[in-house]
Design a binder for this molecule. Structure first.
Ligand code: HEM
Length: 417
């Protein structure tokens, strides 16, 4: 009888398994957004926090870096997992998303040029090549595949590893360690670890070894790749700190592909349910841009980040004490009926797709947004041209994670021109 007991309202944001059924999630969270848009959560194992579910509140807090800090705990976790991490001696998280103020600004500047629109445009021929390679793979698979595993994951991984300068033979390791950090709560991604906390620590430790070797290599022989920029990056004329450099590698290696891959697989799920939406996209740049945004709005692969109040703050009439955390619920903000017309409808031609908050907003706005968008529209362009039939060949399976998640298995049947 235990499954008739409805989970507490905070559970929708912190319990990994509840992210494996997004229809139910949106139904429940839609109700919370309409009735308690700033939700107080006091669940066992967690320091109490508030959840911001409305677009306007997520937007305003994200942009107000003077009053809201990211800190080392910008991803929600259980207090005992955090303590385990501190006790393990592992370097505490210090990626761009964990840094604040001038430290964040200066570290972001190290790679910023690589992610500007012109620089990303320059990479388009290579993205085209990789998209062609995976469309050929789709053809070779002969009409049936697990699109998430066979296409979305390796395609998005290769685009990022290519600019990174990580050799192709190391890509499976990058995938495994990324899943160890983002998806550790999902039994499929637990690896040999006993629990998710240990899996995260083991993955970080392995990344440290890998990236220390990479740093040595790129300091000795710099190449035209992002790894060389990070290895030789300077802050105020001094080499970047060892810990910050390590975490810099990790965020670019991890944030760059699982996210985009979940967007692509979740978008394909919807297109398989309504293949007519694919037609007419090929060659129409405006339509492709809109379609990519709609896919990223619909899937919202990054489920949250936290912010902490520098002083007592009021959000939508609710007082948040100094030092308390708020969880920015991007998937909820992206279904806010005050901003999106018929938000529960997937429509690649919707006029308001560009209001998506999937990449955040403000100083921490996703560094790789240009890449993610380009990868999606490059693939959509080809799929729209090549696919003459598309349908689901089974139920999609969802990753269990409250941080980065989406469709991890997508059985499709299709025919190509
Ligand atoms: C659909 C794909 C993606 C989604 C949904 C996504 C989402 C996000 C979100 C929500 C943030 C935090 C924004 C904020 O706090 O305001 C972020 C930050 C970041 N993302 Fe992405 N991302 C994606 C793809 C990528 C790619 C391809 C890269 C490439 C390396 C990347 C690298 C980063 C980095 C480095 C940050 C930290 C930026 C900072 O704190 O200054 N992301 N992303």
């Amino acid at each position: 009888m235990s499954d008739v007991i409805a989970p507490g309202r905070g559970a929708w944001f912190q319990r990994p398994d509840l992210w494996a059924d997004m229809d139910r999630w949106h139904e429940q969270v839609g109700e919370i957004r309409r009735t308690a848009p700033v939700l107080y959560v006091d669940d066992p194992g967690f320091t109490p926090f508030w959840v911001l579910t409305r677009h306007a509140d997520v937007f305003a807090v994200s942009r107000d870096n003077a009053h809201w800090l990211n800190t080392a705990r910008s991803v929600l976790g259980r207090d005992d997992d955090w303590q385990e991490m501190v006790d393990s001696g592992m370097p505490l998280p210090a990626t761009l998303v964990h840094l604040d103020g001038t430290s964040h600004r200066d570290h972001r500047a190290v790679t910023n040029d690589w992610f500007k629109p012109a620089a990303v445009r320059h990479r388009q021929p290579r993205i085209d090549e990789l998209a062609d390679l995976y469309v050929q793979k789709l053809r070779d698979l002969g009409g049936a595949c697990d699109f998430a595993k066979d296409i979305a994951q390796p395609y998005t991984l290769r685009v990022i590893m290519d600019i990174y300068g990580v050799p192709e033979e190391d890509e499976p390791l990058m995938m495994d360690l990324t899943q160890g950090i983002f998806g550790a709560a999902d039994p499929e991604f637990l690896g040999g670890a006993d629990d998710p906390g240990q899996r995260v620590i083991a993955s970080v430790m392995e990344f440290i070894q890998y990236f220390n070797d990479l740093t040595e290599d790129r300091r000795a022989c710099p190449a035209d790749d992002l790894a060389s920029v990070i290895a030789n990056g300077e802050i105020d004329g001094q080499p970047m700190g060892d810990i910050e450099r390590l975490w810099y590698y990790i965020i670019v290696a991890t944030a760059g592909h699982d996210t985009t891959s979940f967007a692509l697989s979740g978008g394909m799920e919807q297109l398989a349910r309504d293949p007519a939406q694919l037609s007419g996209l090929a060659g129409d740049d405006d339509a492709l841009v809109n379609a990519a945004d709609e896919i990223i709005r619909w899937t919202t692969p990054v489920r949250h980040f936290m912010r902490y109040a520098t002083e007592t703050m009021t959000v939508a009439g609710v007082e948040i004490p100094e030092g308390a955390g708020v969880l920015l619920s991007y998937p909820s903000a992206n279904r806010d009926e005050d901003v999106f017309r018929d938000p529960m409808v997937f429509d690649v031609r919707r006029p308001d797709a560009d209001k998506l908050l999937s990449f955040g907003v403000g100083a921490h706005f996703c560094l790789g947004a240009q890449f993610a968008r380009r990868e999606l529209r490059t693939m959509l362009d080809r799929l729209s041209r090549e696919l003459v039939h598309l349908e689901l060949a089974g139920e999609p399976e969802w990753a269990e994670s409250h941080f980065v998640s989406g469709v991890k298995h997508l059985p499709l049947e299709y025919a190509m021109r």
